[in-house]
Design a protein around this ligand. Structure first.
Ligand SMILES: C[S@@+](CC[C@H](N)C(=O)[O-])C[C@H]1O[C@@H](n2cnc3c(N)ncnc32)[C@H](O)[C@@H]1O
Length: 318
């Protein structure tokens, strides 16, 4: 299957990252290298591009798309939650620009065997790193308690029918294990009352999002990855993050706001005792969203929200 992924907010990302010849840029979510290919052009001939992904198929597609051999391009398999280890391993001294384009790629969604899509019947897998031994969505659906399932679906899917869906799953698996996306879709449809099924898109969308986040421990990686990226940035360097749902976007916003705060001393002290200085300046007060034209051309861009921040000082006090 051909690896296709149209990069979202490409012009906005490259403009805000201010890439130029010699920049060291880290694309933490390489995917099909849509953003990375443009970044490689902008930093040529002397810049360094580091591309990270946990999915072997993405890394293979990116290796085909990028001008390896003509430029310094380092592709690394790993989780961006382990950014410190990955950058040390690649002997990167500092970073001018980071990009995180969160979530799954169109390729992963469309690749039937991966189990990410509620539109295709496939084994219930959902691991971004399909070669890992981590639990699959089927393991979670068949082993978590009803309470745990309800919590995951409620918190990570923001699904109001989480308890009912969890109860239906537990009742169904008592008869036989749930192993395919099709079976899960049918269970969610049966659990969500008919009137509610007509609102808010596909009824299984939120449950699938929740399981994908749980399988891949996505939110923890986002927190850790952004925290580490801020440390690696040079003063004046920038970080751009594209989020596709409110849980991710909230983490990005909170991380940027926290790093952009100065003194945290209680009010009333005659002078600052904590010595805390802002480490980031938030460049995008409000997130940048795709134009109507971009959404028409690429419907998967619809929910994208881009936030950008700039490193202002060394993080000595953090
Ligand atoms: C939305 S796609 C990126 C698409 C890319 N920007 C492009 O234009 O082709 C997200 C990619 O990030 C990868 N990914 C998601 N979470 C990851 C993590 N924690 N560590 C490393 N890669 C991750 C996925 O495997 C997927 O290939």
């Amino acid at each position: 299957m051909e690896y296709r992924h149209t990069p979202v907010l490409l012009a906005e990302v490259t403009q805000h990252l201010r890439l130029h010849d010699g920049s060291i840029v880290v694309d933490c979510t390489l995917g099909g290298a849509g953003h990375a290919e443009r970044a490689a052009q902008l930093i040529a001939p002397t810049g360094i591009l580091v591309g990270i992904d946990k999915d072997d198929a993405a890394l293979a597609a990116a290796a085909d798309a990028l001008p390896l051999g003509q430029q310094t391009i380092v592709l690394l398999k790993g989780d961006y939650g382990d950014l410190d280890d990955l950058l040390v391993q690649a002997r990167i001294p500092y970073v001018d620009a980071f990009l995180f384009d969160l979530g799954v790629s169109s390729f992963q969604l469309d690749e039937a065997g991966r189990g990410f899509s509620y539109h295709r019947d496939a084994p219930l897998d959902m691991r971004m790193d399909a070669a890992s031994s981590q639990p699959t969505a089927a393991d979670i659906v068949n082993t978590y308690t009803e309470d745990e399932l309800a919590r995951v679906i409620r918190e990570y899917g923001e699904e109001r029918w989480a308890s009912r869906i969890a109860a239906f799953i537990v009742a169904a698996r008592a008869r036989r294990p749930i192993t395919t996306t099709g079976e899960l879709v049918d269970l969610v449809k049966a659990a969500v009352p008919a009137a509610a099924r007509r609102e808010g898109g596909h009824p299984a969308k939120r449950t699938f999002q929740a399981l994908r986040i749980e399988v891949n421990r996505e939110l923890r990686s986002v927190e850790r990855g952004i925290e580490a990226a801020i440390r690696w940035l040079v003063p004046g360097g920038r970080i751009a993050v594209i989020a596709y749902h409110s849980l991710e976007d909230r983490i990005v916003k909170r991380a940027f706001v926290e790093a952009s705060q100065g003194c945290m001393c209680p009010p009333g002290l005659p002078e600052c005792r904590c010595g805390r200085k802002p480490v980031l300046r938030i460049v995008t007060r409000r997130p940048i969203v795709p134009s109507a034209d971009e959404v028409a051309a690429n419907p998967r861009a619809r929910s994208a929200r881009l936030r950008v921040a700039e490193k202002v000082a060394e993080a000595a006090e953090r």
